[in-house]
Design a protein around this ligand. Structure first.
Ligand SMILES: Cc1cc2nc3c(=O)[nH]c(=O)nc-3n(C[C@H](O)[C@H](O)[C@H](O)COP(=O)(O)O)c2cc1C
Length: 451
């Protein structure tokens, strides 16, 4: 029987598990929070989300009055294959509702849901007084924490806020310091991915004494050009502006940034709230394994509604039972250490592709990919002049296979091409060990690898 069809055993799925989460002192009944965005724009929405099971909500970012004016239209999306909204883009600003209305509703929500995490996202000009004022107003609601929005990549950044702060570590440190001078609740600094190396802004936030970081905010993006009108997709009176990209397509970028902060010796113990492309419990669990203690969700909620949290909760509970984890602390960060710098990878590790001829549909994709773009190590009987049934069934020349995975990635049949470890007989050798031993130059390592 093929591996993925094996029946799962549920014998371990009985024990009690505790999903309660604590991010930098912000406690919630589970690690699933609404991200600061349209789903968390009003008290009525947040209360309904909590009734569905969300453990926390980061309110749509508050600014100063008069509130901002938004444009229409605001959103664009990329559908990939059959997947709608695989990538989502917006040019929306922070909340366009009056400050006092938001503050009143935040206080009402907190009063009605004392055990849920209510975090207030903030963005005001980079002046000490402005930050002191907004922090006090926000905390007067009884909220559980603050999130500083240094990530919004459009509109607000042109006004010297959002990503304009998040891209300059010195500004980040300064504003976090302003906030920490008066804040009584934990402060999360929300980072922008629109930088070269996320460790620098994270270190700056830490230097300013942030209690934790949240990431990622959205990625600068242009959704495309309409080839009939020659105008940007989506256009506002014929003009487009770069917007913020999010949704399933950005998850790998977010996971990398979370792991970079979790593994950086300078920020190793900094609490993280992970954001970016979380659509289900599996995505969320990956963020937790890489060091996040909560996860925030925007696009998937905008796509499917608040109800998705019900599956997130039961999925995570079942997975924890299966792995015999009782609390989130049993596994938060457990996989972070396995994301290493390239120089720590074993040069002597070898895998080769194996093709299961009984499930091959002779589509030729693996052969073409390998032959045209990889290492020319797949052959078919037709290459030796054979014709008739099975003439395109591929075979791997194992000695030539470099284990790049491409054939298994393009193969449309699940588990038809698998990558299998091969014993090389060589002790592990990393690039770092190799250079430390004084063996410089590619020729030598190449020779040793192929010994
Ligand atoms: C329409 C829209 C509006 C957003 N508004 C805010 C905002 O006001 N403040 C903020 O910090 N992030 C805002 N975000 C960013 C999200 O909070 C989140 O960081 C980002 O969408 C990545 O998560 P996702 O992939 O689950 O959507 C917004 C995102 C979208 C799509």
């Amino acid at each position: 029987m093929r591996k993925h069809l094996k029946p799962r055993t549920f014998k371990k799925l009985k024990g009690k598990v505790d999903l309660s989460s604590n991010t930098a002192g912000i406690k919630s009944p589970n690690p699933f929070w609404l991200a600061s965005a349209p789903p968390a724009n009003s008290g009525e929405q947040v209360m309904r989300a909590f009734d569905h099971g969300w453990g926390g909500a980061v309110w749509k970012t508050l600014g100063e009055d008069p509130a901002v004016v938004n444009v229409t239209s605001r959103y664009g999306a990329i559908d990939i294959g059959g997947m709608k909204m695989a990538g989502f883009n917006n040019v929306e600003l922070i909340t366009d509702r009056p400050l006092d209305v938001n503050l009143k509703e935040i206080a009402e929500v907190k009063k009605k849901y004392p055990k849920h995490a209510v975090i207030v996202s903030l963005m005001v000009p980079c002046e000490r007084k402005n930050w002191h004022d907004i922090v006090k107003k926000a905390e007067d609601t009884g909220c559980d924490g603050l999130e500083l929005n240094f990530g919004c990549p459009h509109g607000m950044s042109e006004r010297g806020m959002g990503a304009a702060v998040g891209q300059v570590p010195e500004y980040i440190q300064k504003v976090v310091e302003y906030v920490k001078e008066v804040a009584k609740t934990p402060v999360l600094t929300k980072l922008t991915p629109n930088i070269a190396d996320v460790r620098f802004p994270a270190r700056a936030a830490m230097a300013g004494k942030t209690d934790g970081v949240s990431l990622i905010n959205t990625i600068n993006s242009v959704m495309g050009i309409d080839l009939d009108t020659l105008k940007p997709k989506f256009a506002i009176g014929g003009k487009g502006a770069h917007g913020g990209y999010c949704g399933p397509a950005v998850k790998p970028i977010a996971l990398n940034m979370v792991s970079q902060i979790a593994n950086d010796p300078e920020t190793k113990n900094l609490p993280i709230s992970g954001i970016g492309g979380v659509s289900d419990w599996r995505d969320a669990t990956e963020f937790l394994l890489l060091g996040s203690s909560s996860v925030q969700v925007c696009t998937a909620v905008m796509h499917y509604g608040f109800r998705i949290v019900e599956d997130m909760i039961s999925g995570l509970e079942n997975w924890m039972r299966e792995h015999e984890f009782e609390t989130l602390d049993d596994f938060i960060g457990k996989s972070a250490g396995d994301i290493v710098e390239w120089k720590h990878l074993n040069l002597h590790h070898k895998t080769v592709a194996k093709i299961d001829s009984s499930t091959c549909i002779e589509c030729d994709l693996c052969f073409i990919a390998c032959n045209d773009t990889a290492h020319q190590c797949i052959v078919r009987p037709s290459d030796y002049g054979k014709t008739g049934k099975g003439w395109k069934i591929p075979t791997v020349i194992e000695e030539d296979c470099v284990g790049c995975n491409l054939c298994s990635l393009v193969c449309p049949v699940e588990e038809c091409i698998t990558m299998e470890d091969v014993e090389t007989g060589h002790a592990p050798l990393t690039w770092e060990q190799y250079t430390a031993a004084g063996m410089t130059g590619y020729k030598e390592v190449y020779k040793r690898f192929h010994d």
